[in-house]
Design a protein. Structure first.
Length: 189
């Protein structure tokens, strides 16, 4: 009887330790890069990171992830690839910038290399892969429940590496004005 109880306790402690591992706040010194991003008027679509050394998460899982910066309205955001993890800049005028986590995502690795974009004051991502499948799901960040919701589309397009396809982002941005997503060499969706 002791072995099952001990095993259960160890299992629960491991789950708690893992779930607390993700950083709730990320800090970085302000720099000309951030000053320029913050000062820009209007939206800035996601800028994919090479290995930017200025964001240094404590989480071992986040250290392995690429991320994107983007601006929506006057707010600057940070999103980690392969997750719904979304951070918003809290103090744009300070010397030490703080990005506070604003999502409540629990599942990770379900949308690796999904294409993140903004449209009409909302944050979306589409495609990606994870959990042994590719996906064409269009997801919208819900500011009320702080999670990503699947949006209805008339046809799902599997875009497992959408974030790596050079022409997709350009085509996508042009078509957003028409509220349509167009996949190169394909029909409109």
């Amino acid at each position: 009887m002791r072995k099952p109880i001990c095993s259960l306790i160890i299992f629960l402690v491991a789950i708690c330790a893992y779930s607390q591992e993700i950083d709730s706040v990320l800090t970085t010194p302000n720099s000309p890069f951030f000053t320029d991003l913050i000062s820009k008027k209007g939206e800035i679509q996601p800028l994919n990171s090479p290995d930017y050394p200025f964001i240094k998460p404590q989480s071992s899982w986040l250290k392995t992830r690429k991320f994107q910066f983007f601006k929506l309205g006057s707010d600057l955001y940070l999103h980690f690839n392969g997750s719904g993890l979304l951070y918003q800049l809290e103090n744009p005028n300070d010397d030490l910038l703080q990005f506070k986590r604003i999502d409540d995502t629990e599942n990770y690795n379900y949308n690796i290399d999904a294409l993140v974009f903004t449209y009409k004051k909302d944050i979306y991502n589409i495609g990606g892969y994870g959990f042994w499948q590719s996906t064409g799901v269009l997801r919208k960040y819900n500011t009320k429940d702080l999670e990503w919701d699947a949006e209805p589309v008339n046809k799902e397009i599997h875009l497992p590496y959408a974030n790596k396809l050079g022409g997709v982002r350009t085509t996508l941005l042009v078509q957003l004005k028409k509220a349509r997503i167009v996949y190169p060499l394909s029909n409109n969706y």
